[in-house]
Design a protein. Structure first.
Length: 114
């Protein structure tokens, strides 16, 4: 069973940047289309970005041009580079497969505030 561990969140001012990481245990990680999700207080979890095993990407409209998803299959790691952060990006960020196949990790809190 793959376990997912997210890290890299924190408090950042509007306009700032953060890089999130998600490490997955187990083999065959590179086979999965992976995704980042986020959940703000009182809101449902939403899809932020997706990356296939060979690196094709897609983004939610709200983050297009500001966020970049990437992966290192040798390290079983998926990244989310976030730039030009806005207060509305404040949420707990999670990674999982595009089909939400694995158990959810604990997520990493991102807070954008001055």
């Amino acid at each position: 069973q793959v376990q997912l561990v997210e890290s890299g969140g924190g408090l950042v001012q509007p306009g700032g940047s953060l890089r999130l990481s998600c490490v997955g245990s187990g083999s065959a990680f590179s086979m999965y289309t992976m995704a980042w999700y986020r959940q703000a207080p009182g809101n449902q979890r939403e899809l932020v970005a997706v990356i296939t095993g060979i690196g094709n990407t897609n983004y939610a409209r709200s983050v297009t041009g500001r966020f970049t998803i990437s992966r290192d299959n040798a390290q079983n790691t998926v990244y989310l580079q976030m730039t030009s952060l806005l207060p509305e990006d404040t949420a707990v960020y999670y990674c999982n497969t595009a089909s939400q196949y694995f158990p959810w990790g604990q997520g990493t809190q991102v807070t954008v505030s001055s």
